[in-house]
Design a binder for this molecule. Structure first.
Ligand code: XUL
Length: 526
């Protein structure tokens, strides 16, 4: 009967998922969409309008209001929150919240909306989120203050990146000095939501903390060098980071009184949405890579040891089940696949057939460089689409060749830029909208020479939160949790074609040559 609650505070919504670990079942899922359900925050897509397209901020009070709304909905559906033994969750990574005082418990009244009570605590009205790319100057300043990009990578696992929290904090210090001075503590979205639930300010944990350009991966402490390079007095505004399995307290009286939680319900550290998904997909051990096919594509995987990417494109975060994980983002995901499909007039079923039935692995040596929008991995600052092959192919008259070429280029790119972790995945878990397309899955299987599985988990990040709560507070071992909650659907396995390995040897080399020619290695930093 023990119930564990997982939350996921993402860009556009706050979701909840409850598991019953005895029954081995997800017993409830609920969500609040910021745009549709909280229109008063004027954030149809989860962030505020801004005349500068590089600036993407959200109102943190919207996240607080969403918590009240979500828990009310769960109650309204007849769910007894008193059954929850422990809870944990995740937040969109890198986003930050600035408080002028620590979070207090006793003063919160259950009869006043939580957002109204949190409002006076904010020293900054809005929170920069991961979509913000306005801190390029600060990235350069931080990197040069510590001795260059390589040193930032060595210490933190990533180059100084615009969306990462450190450069955002530096920008805040530079542009709003007084508000920075008035800030008592800085949170990530994850530690902020956990602090609300625990009714006290709780520390950032390693998994999400590694996405700040501040955590020294070698010591798992804030790096004094990077703190100094980021903003004066920053060390006093961050609690010492903690392991992901830390029970940070019991649920605050506000939630007990208002929503009927048990006062003994434990709150486990929240982490970033990607580390949480690693858990929710049962991919916490090396050898399995997750490929998420969305607007942008993402590859992430557990690592045996904390290797950093010598090219500086990949990121290293903490693995909530212990050790580290890598994450590599590709801006050219579904938009590029769509651009090609549209250009050659294929709908998705026809696109799938074009790959599976009308073209062959390696595409007869035809190759596409797929940068329809500026790319971050590798760093390509202007759109650059190049087609190498016969005349028909270069002029998009070969529809099947073009469909295969975009997907092969993306898969080769994923393989090339995740190779730094030194792990050849035996299994790839595919997720996201395009994971429905068997043609795309077959190309991934053939390029990686790995089995590709799709999972039925739709909210892997919230599920990861529930499983982390069960593991850390309920002391339930990972293996049993994965067996019950993350089964792989055998019917949906895509096996690699061994004969496909050979044609990719030369295509891989050609891809490397052409992408380097485009300027991969000489690219300026973020
Ligand atoms: C990862 C990243 C995004 C956000 C999305 O570095 O920026 O995946 O975590 O919520």
């Amino acid at each position: 009967m023990p119930h564990y609650l997982g939350l996921d505070s993402s860009t556009q919504s706050l979701s909840a998922l409850v598991v019953d670990t005895d029954l081995g079942k997800v017993v409830l899922e609920e969500t609040v969409n910021f745009g549709a359900d909280l229109p008063e925050y004027s954030s149809p897509n989860g962030f505020l309008a801004n005349p500068d397209p590089k600036v993407k901020h959200s109102n943190p009070l919207m996240w607080v209001a969403a918590l009240d709304a979500l828990l009310s909905r769960m109650r309204a559906r007849g769910y007894d929150l008193g059954q929850v033994s422990a809870l944990s969750g995740a937040g969109q990574q890198h986003g930050s919240v600035y408080l002028r005082a620590p979070i207090p418990t006793p003063s919160w009244s259950a009869s006043v909306p939580l957002a109204d009570q949190v409002q006076p605590l904010l020293s900054r009205a809005s929170s920069p989120i991961w979509m913000d790319s306005s801190s390029g100057e600060e990235c350069g300043e931080i990197a040069s203050a510590v001795g260059g990009d390589d040193e930032v990578v060595r210490l933190t696992g990533s180059r100084a990146i615009e969306r990462f929290t450190g450069p955002q904090i530096r920008k805040f210090w530079k542009t709003e000095r007084e508000a920075y001075e008035a800030t008592h503590e800085i949170h990530l979205v994850s530690s902020f939501i956990a602090s609300l639930l625990a009714g006290r300010s709780v520390p950032i944990e390693y998994g999400d903390g590694a996405g700040m350009n501040l955590l020294d991966l070698n010591t798992l402490e804030w790096s004094p060098k990077l703190l100094r390079a980021t903003a004066p007095g920053l060390e006093g505004k961050l609690h010492a980071p903690v392991p992901s399995t830390t029970v940070v307290g019991s649920i605050a009286p506000y939630f007990v009184e208002k929503f009927g939680f048990s006062p003994n319900a434990a709150v486990v550290s929240f982490t970033g949405d990607n580390p949480s998904s690693l858990v929710g997909m049962g991919a916490t051990r090396p050898g399995t890579a997750v490929i998420s096919l969305g607007t942008s594509d993402t590859v992430f995987a557990a690592m045996r040891e904390p290797r950093t990417d010598p090219r500086g494109f990949g990121h290293v975060f903490g693995n909530p089940a212990g050790g580290f994980m890598c994450l590599i983002c590709f801006a050219n995901g579904s938009l590029s696949r769509e651009a090609v499909a549209e250009r050659v007039g294929l709908d998705w079923p026809a696109f799938e057939r074009a790959i599976l039935e009308q073209s062959r692995p390696g595409n007869g040596g035809r190759l596409m460089l797929p940068y329809f929008v500026p790319e971050m991995t590798p760093k390509i600052s202007r759109p650059a689409v190049r087609l190498f092959g016969d005349d028909d192919f270069r002029n998009y008259r070969d529809a099947a060749g073009a469909a295969r070429a975009i997907v092969e280029a993306q898969a080769l790119s994923m393989q090339r830029y995740s190779a730094f972790i030194g792990e050849t995945p035996r299994t790839v878990l595919a997720t996201g909208g395009a994971a429905k397309n068997r043609g795309i899955l077959q190309v991934i299987a053939d390029v990686f020479q790995a089995e590709v599985h799709t999972l039925s988990v739709s909210n892997s990040s919230a599920l990861g939160g529930a499983l982390r709560a069960a593991n850390a507070a309920g002391k339930l071992p990972w293996e049993g949790l994965f067996e019950r909650f993350v089964p792989t659907a055998a019917t949906k396995r895509v096996l690699p074609n061994p004969a496909a390995a050979h044609p990719y040897v030369s295509l891989r080399e050609r891809f490397a040559v052409e992408v380097e020619r485009l300027g991969e290695t000489s690219a300026p930093i973020a």
